[in-house]
Design a protein around this ligand. Structure first.
Ligand code: SAM
Length: 276
């Protein structure tokens, strides 16, 4: 099915949901705020992620009690609450104050009120630096606006999106869940360390070019220049091959170190940055 047909079907489904909810509203008004699918949000309407996909998104990001999770545009709080049930510290950023109050009530009912925080705020103005995991169900355009800020987060920070992509920053992993054919895909990105530039190592000079998590370049040793192949970053973990040797290691600011396998032998290697 082509993309525009999918988009039209999604919008048609949304319109149907919205119309049904509008019809149902007068009966709900007496009982306080009830969200309806398709209701207006500041930058994107509210459509909840299915619980199956929430679980899959948190699985893909391997969320544990050591994590600090932020859901951008947290809706009724389901992702935050599910993360808290896994023991993580979890915070929801939501612009609609009614949704924020609803999330707090939902957290209370789920018995995790003391483990979560819901903040009425604009996701574009929120400090994300403390998060180890960011979850979102927004739009491609919003993801692209957020992308520079996300790429500047600590290497290794995991970002999981329901369905929407990050342009030419391709996902490290994807998975699907749930019965619906819409909004059933989780995409995971791991913020890569920044390695572009020149590095000095015992084997020579390494000159790296970086496109998000992909790297290429050359390893220069005397008059020899060998192309880098299979270069990849996963957070602060780096791997590449050059001249028949397979390098793997860890990047920490201006230094890298690890092991290099050549034929049957393994040795240690390290490098320091000489030029950004
Ligand atoms: C598609 S819903 C996703 C809700 C929830 N994350 C989920 O997956 O079930 C997007 C949510 O973002 C909220 N939102 C839209 N623009 C926002 C903004 N600028 N700042 C914070 N929240 C926003 C909407 O009110 C809505 O609740």
């Amino acid at each position: 099915m082509n993309a525009s047909l999918v988009t039209r079907r999604i919008f048609a489904a949304l319109l149907l949901f919205t119309a049904a909810a509008a019809w149902a509203q007068p009966q709900q008004a007496q009982q306080g705020f009830e969200p309806h699918v398709g209701q207006e949000g500041k930058d994107v309407v509210w459509v909840p992620t299915s619980q199956a996909l929430v679980d899959k998104m948190l699985d893909l990001a391997k969320v544990t009690s050591r994590d600090s999770v932020i859901d951008l545009g947290s809706g009724d709080g389901r992702t935050v609450i599910t993360a808290a049930k896994r023991g993580a510290r979890a915070m929801g950023i939501e612009y609609n104050p009614d949704m924020v109050e609803l999330s707090k009530r939902n957290a209370e009912k789920a018995g995790v009120a003391d483990k979560v925080k819901f903040v009425k705020a604009d996701l574009f103005e929120t400090d994300l630096s403390q998060a180890t995991v960011i979850t979102m169900f927004l739009l491609n355009t919003i993801n692209m606006k957020l992308r520079p800020k996300l790429l500047d987060l600590k290497p290794g920070t995991r970002i999981v999106s329901n369905t929407f992509t990050m342009g030419d920053w391709h996902a490290d992993e994807t998975a699907t869940a749930g019965e619906s054919e819409y909004y059933n895909t989780a995409l995971l990105w791991i913020v890569p360390a920044k390695v572009e530039g020149a590095w000095k190592l015992a084997q020579g000079e390494l000159v790296l070019k970086q496109t998000f998590q992909m790297i290429d370049g050359t390893l220069k040793s005397g008059a020899n220049s060998t192309p880098i192949t299979k270069g990849k970053l996963r957070g602060d973990q780096i791997q590449f091959s050059a001249g028949g040797a397979d390098y793997s290691g860890r990047v920490s600011g201006g230094a890298m170190e690890g092991t290099v396998k050549t034929g049957g032998s393994t040795a240690a290697w390290s490098a320091t940055r000489t030029k950004p």
